[in-house]
Design a protein around this ligand. Structure first.
Ligand code: NAP
Length: 501
């Protein structure tokens, strides 16, 4: 902080130097073992950090147990990428040996693998300051792939950012990575937005990972596409995560489903990208709605991430009500535990209800309302669910609650929903993202501008690479993964067969 108490942002020169240093570090091509060691050391450093959890709690107003859980996820992500690159087969090494004697034309020797793109700019989201932050999924995947990372600070969490950056810088240095392989750019105050744009526009930056608002993500994607050499921006943005409760499930266990959904919609103050924002029900779902009302009515005021998050939430709620057709059916804020101290950051948990016609006619009911709220959409019959799905924006997840006997009749609903989401959930809530290779965390726009790549799990490493094919290359010029003899003993596709040799 400077004397006036305002924080610093990198100058244009510092952004430029960071990108050039990152480029030099990329050119040095540090080996797999060094990258894996840096990831492991960073994980250990985060786990052992004496004050990080407290700092995150102060900057986010999250409770310590929630932050500790996110910290475990974050260090496990780092370790998982270290293990992935040590194992090696993620590069998809594929060899088709040549046949100079083939007639009528000789067959060339072709060898293909994934190679890192180059320096990557990373923008984290305020609601997951660890798992999607400075050492979050984008950073760990890019470092693992061999891409230097330049992180732009989130202006709402500068102390968290600096603490994590110090851990990663130390880990990279101890692992022997070249200086510049990881750089943290302070970005608070008046130049907060400019620093990010300069990073995205820098000619040595080759890709961008973004998690945050639709407006922010699309603005950066536009800037990247207007460069003389456009680059990919992987922008994970807003999601409404629709839920459908079939009548049988609503009758047999409506109260339990409603309680689960209420807890999911208000988890972390409703500030999760996977919170259920729309819940479609039939007339049999009174118990579901009653339980939801109970959760919302008894929830305390939420201290939201920032005053801006709170004011945007209040504006969105007002828009939804002014659009017509939606009414408030439960409001929290009294007698709860949250919201102490900071009126500018207070958010009121709010449950709304709308009929299907209003939902179909009012686009504003279908946009993310980031905060502790959800809209119950009342349908006359489960057949009407398909009409709701027809106008849904893209989402990270879609959930269906049904009894066993109802699944065969739900085939059409599930098929239609599959077109709008990245993860289908059966009899479960959308919050809770397991970090394993089978996880898919993306979805059609606006959940993401690149629904072909996941932000979470082992496959996210593919974002930071591109395939390169070597034709008739001298053995000495091939990356070791493509040489005969397979020095690293990794799985490869050789002449059509998946082998380790
Ligand atoms: P945000 O306001 O968009 O901020 C994210 C980052 O982008 C910050 O560093 C911010 O800079 C920067 N930024 C925002 N607008 C920009 C612009 N026009 N030009 C350049 N940089 C810009 O998002 P947030 O409030 O931190 O995060 C909440 C949002 O993230 C929610 O919508 C949530 O759904 C979404 N989210 C999505 C996922 C997912 O996986 N799909 C996961 C988590 C969160 P400043 O520091 O200056 O603000």
């Amino acid at each position: 902080m400077d004397e006036a108490g305002s924080r610093r942002a990198a100058t244009a020169d510092e952004v430029d130097r960071a990108a050039w240093r990152a480029w030099e570090a990329f050119d040095a091509a540090p080996p797999v073992d060094a990258r894996a060691r840096a990831l492991d050391l960073a994980a250990d450093g985060l786990d052992a950090h004496p004050t990080l959890v407290g700092t995150v709690c102060e900057e986010t107003a999250y409770a310590a147990p929630r932050v500790r859980t996110e910290l475990i996820r974050t260090s496990n992500q780092l370790r998982a990428f270290a293990a992935l690159i040590r194992e090696g087969s993620w590069v998809e090494a594929t060899i088709d040996h040549g046949d100079p004697a083939r007639t009528p034309t000789p067959k060339p020797d072709l060898r293909r693998m994934l190679l890192p793109l180059g320096p990557v700019g990373v923008f984290g989201a305020s609601n997951f300051p660890l798992a999607y932050g400075v050492a979050g999924g984008d950073t760990s995947g890019a470092l693992a792939a061999g891409c230097p990372v330049i992180v732009k600070e989130h202006s709402a969490q500068p102390r968290t950012g600096e603490a994590i950056a110090a851990v990663v810088e130390d880990a990279c240095a101890r692992a022997g990575l070249p200086p510049g392989f990881f750089v943290y750019l302070p970005a608070s105050g008046e130049r907060a937005i400019e620093v990010g744009l300069e990073l995205v526009r820098h000619p040595r930056v080759r890709a961008v990972g973004f998690t945050g608002s639709v407006q922010g993500g699309m603005s950066l994607a536009r800037a990247a596409s207007e460069r003389p050499e456009p680059i990919p921006v992987y922008a994970e943005m807003g999601s409404v995560n629709p839920v459908f409760v079939l009548p049988g499930a609503a009758r047999s266990r409506g109260a339990a489903i409603g309680a689960m959904l209420g807890a999911s919609a208000t988890a972390s103050g409703g500030q999760m990208c996977t919170c259920p924002g729309l819940i479609f029900v039939t007339p049999q779902a009174d118990a579901v709605v009653e339980a939801l009302r109970g959760v919302f009515a008894s929830a305390g005021l939420v201290t939201m991430l920032t005053p801006r998050t709170a004011s945007l939430f209040a504006e969105r709620l007002a828009d939804v009500q002014q659009a017509g057709g939606a009414r408030v059916v439960a409001r929290g804020g009294e007698g709860g535990e949250g919201g102490e101290g900071d009126a500018a950051r207070a958010g009121t948990p709010t449950l709304l209800e709308a009929g299907l016609d209003a939902f179909l006619n009012e686009p504003t009911l279908r946009e993310e309302c980031f905060g502790p709220s959800t809209i119950v959409v009342r349908c006359e019959h489960e057949r009407d669910f398909a009409r709701g799905v027809g106008v849904l924006p893209g989402s990270l997840t879609g959930s269906v609650f049904a009894d066993d006997a109802e699944w065969s009749g739900a085939r059409g609903l599930v098929g239609a929903l599959r077109e709008r989401v990245g993860r289908l959930i059966f009899n479960g809530v959308p919050t809770g993202v397991e970090v394993v290779p089978a996880m898919n965390h993306t979805g059609p726009f606006p959940a993401c501008n690149r629904p072909d790549t996941t932000a979470v799990g082992a496959y996210s490493i593919r974002r930071w690479c591109r395939p390169v094919c070597f034709q008739n290359a001298p053995a000495g010029l091939l990356p070791e993964e493509l040489r005969d003899g397979n020095p690293r003993g990794i799985w490869r596709l050789v002449d059509g067969a998946r082998v380790r040799g």
